[in-house]
Design a binder for this molecule. Structure first.
Ligand code: IPM
Ligand code: MN
Length: 361
């Protein structure tokens, strides 16, 4: 049997080398649970995972001055996927880890899609009490390497009354097109509903490019294309989320909308994300949407659902669809039975749900 991943697994099993970046705060706590869940579904579905752990993040930066050494980046490039907990600490100035680690990984590994599903699962109190699970199941496809995140801009005359700070939004035709293409493919596999979210009435240059490219790609894919301005999209997401299936949008709008999506579906604790390189020229990076939450780190109360669902997106990307479906179903089962209050409670309940699923096969 061929081995798709990097790992020559015994007995001809499929094997994957996964880089684990536990990070800071609750990151190590939630990714430990996610790893155990991945190991459980790997055993049930006949593949093996070799975990390789790298200590990056605030703690590592404060101890060594290193943010993302080239040697580690080279290792990450060679992995089949990366599972990231969360990074950050109030002791590290803003931007150091965001730009130096997270955005650098997105650029270096060409992770041009940020995939952020929002699904209201039965038993979960969403932020809007009248929302039902059938109303709320959409995916945000956030462009992940351009826009206002590209790093174009600068400050001149700093510290004077004429200080001038600019941030430019970069939008390349190729960058927009590959992102929209991914979104259209995803919509075709889901309910066939693709919505472009932008602000074309004000951001007329970038908006025009996004609109033309999205119309072309949707027509080619044989899909209708809906459009909403980003401000209206916020209103619709609260008022009538049923209208959304796949939302494709630029980097900053996607960042903001995905926190709203998390709030509507149970909070940041349950929100997963995948930073994807759909062309597979680099390893994709999977991480919960939440941050390192230093206020609850070490209290045993971190919710690992977002990390486990992110690991599910990772397995799906690796081609292990059944194992991915198991993780998704286990999280739903645990949430449906009333979410545990502790990380350890979650870990036990998830393992029981996974065992019950394996036993039922
Ligand atoms: C996210 C985060 C990041 C982003 C930050 C930490 C750089 O908010 O993943 O949503 O803005 O993309
Ligand atoms: Mn964010």
């Amino acid at each position: 049997m061929s081995v798709p991943g990097n790992v020559a697994a015994p007995g001809g099993h499929r094997g994957y080398a996964i880089a684990h970046l536990p990070g800071d705060g609750v990151g190590p706590e939630v990714t430990e649970v996610a790893r155990d869940c991945v190991d459980a579904v790997a055993a049930a579905h006949g593949f093996v995972v070799e975990w390789r752990t790298y200590p990056l993040g605030a703690r590592h930066f404060l101890a060594t001055g290193e943010v993302l050494p080239d040697t580690v980046l080279d290792e990450l490039r060679k992995a089949d996927a990366v599972l990231l907990g969360a990074v950050g600490s109030p002791d590290v100035p803003p931007g150091v880890l965001e730009r130096g680690l997270l955005l650098r990984l997105r650029a270096e590994l060409d992770l041009y899609v940020n995939l952020r599903p929002s699904k209201l699962r039965p038993g979960v109190p969403g932020a809007v009490s009248r929302h039902q699970p059938a109303d709320l199941d959409f995916v945000i496809v956030r462009e992940n390497t351009e826009g206002l995140y590209a790093g174009a801009g600068g400050t001149v005359h700093r510290g004077t009354p004429f200080e001038n700070a600019t941030e430019e939004s970069l939008n390349t035709r190729a960058g927009v097109e590959r992102c929209v293409r991914y979104a259209a493919g995803l919509a075709a596999r889901r309910r066939g509903r693709l919505t472009l979210v932008h602000k074309t009435n004000v951001l007329t240059h970038a908006g025009d490019l996004w609109r033309r490219v999205a119309a072309e790609v949707a027509a080619e894919a044989g899909l209708p294309l809906d459009y909403a301005h980003v401000d209206a999209a916020c209103l619709y997401l609260v008022d009538d989320p049923k209208r959304f299936d796949v939302i494709v949008t630029d980097n900053l709008f996607g960042d903001i909308l995905s926190d709203l999506g998390a709030a509507l579906t149970g909070g940041l604790g349950v929100a997963p994300s995948g930073n994807l390189n759909p062309d597979r020229t680099g390893a994709s990076v999977f991480e919960p949407v939440h941050g390192s939450a230093p206020d609850i780190a070490g209290t045993g109360r971190a919710n690992p659902a977002g990390a486990v669902l992110s690991a599910g997106l990772m397995l799906d990307h690796l081609g292990e669809q059944q194992a991915a479906a198991d993780l998704d179903a286990a999280v739903s089962a645990v949430l449906g039975a009333g979410a545990p209050e502790t990380t350890a409670g979650w870990a036990d309940a998830l393992q029981q749900a996974l065992a019950a699923r394996a036993g039922a096969r």
